[in-house]
Write a new protein. Structure first.
Length: 248
């Protein structure tokens, strides 16, 4: 079963662009990335799109479909009506390179700003021991495929370019939380989260968690626990003193 689907795709570069209308064949079982590839093969050979695995694992094909941040390769055509016009646009929060491809280097800058895992100085690799419960707590965060859809969605930077300097975004605040929850990490992640990564700018709207293709509970399991640790330290003098003396 195939039909002629109606698509509206943003085309342009950093100097400007516009939505263009196309009619493209759609076959049973296809995803939006299949349509973009057919468009390239039949009508617009120079259409720029970033993709790699077509399996929801490389995090490359992030875009916005009918205004909703999604992976092109994991969005089935069957979720749309055949009569519907499907609009495909690049992620809005990052600078346009061309067509559906954006410059996501903001995220690499933020990644570099998170100090790496800091084990105790007297502990050699091979001597690290962890309880299974501690392993499991951070395993959810390790499912991240770095698609940056959460970073693209968070209103703190989506609507406020001026916040980009101060705010690392949900993906990297989650990384800070992962390290904070690691029993062998000795760095002071609580103050870092608040002072260096802008945790205070997050007002828990949970939009990041809603768009995560890995269904990571970014807000509930990473951001809120970090906020609680910041609050404990700031307002509870006994916790503050305990943290000073015993780290956690
Ligand atoms: Fe993508 Fe989820 Fe990772 Fe954010 S946390 S970059 S939405 S996989
Ligand atoms: Fe942004 Fe997620 Fe917080 S969308 S405001 S980082 S809960
Ligand atoms: Fe790899 Fe879509 S192409 S996640």
């Amino acid at each position: 079963m195939s039909y002629q689907g109606k698509f509206r795709v943003w085309r342009g570069d950093d100097s400007g662009g516009a939505l263009e209308d196309f009619t493209v064949e759609v076959n049973e079982g296809e995803v939006v990335l299949d349509i973009i590839h057919r468009l390239q093969a039949t009508q617009t050979p120079d259409l720029a799109v970033r993709w790699n695995c077509k399996a929801g694992k490389c995090g490359s094909c992030s875009a916005e479909i009918n205004g909703r941040p999604r992976l092109l390769c994991m969005t089935r055509m069957s979720v749309f009506e055949e009569s519907e016009t499907i609009t495909v646009t690049p992620m809005r929060t990052f600078p346009i390179i061309r067509d559906l491809v954006t410059d996501v280097s903001f995220n690499y800058t933020k990644a570099r700003e998170v100090p790496s895992f800091t084990p105790p100085k007297d502990l050699a690799p091979g001597e690290y021991r962890m309880q299974q419960v501690d392993v499991e707590r951070s395993q959810e965060f390790r499912k991240c495929i770095e698609c940056f859809l959460c970073q693209n969605t968070c209103h703190v930077v989506r609507d406020h370019e001026e916040n980009k300097e101060a705010f690392s975004g949900p993906r990297f605040l989650m990384r800070v939380a992962e390290l904070e929850m690691h029993p062998l990490d000795t760095a002071d992640r609580v103050d870092q989260a608040q002072d260096d990564h802008g945790l205070g700018l997050c007002n828990i709207t949970k939009c990041c968690s809603e768009v995560c293709p890995e269904h990571i509970h970014i807000t509930d399991n990473a951001l809120i626990p970090m906020k609680e640790r910041v609050a404990d330290r700031k307002y509870d003098p006994i916790v503050w003193l305990g943290n000073k003396l015993f780290k956690r």
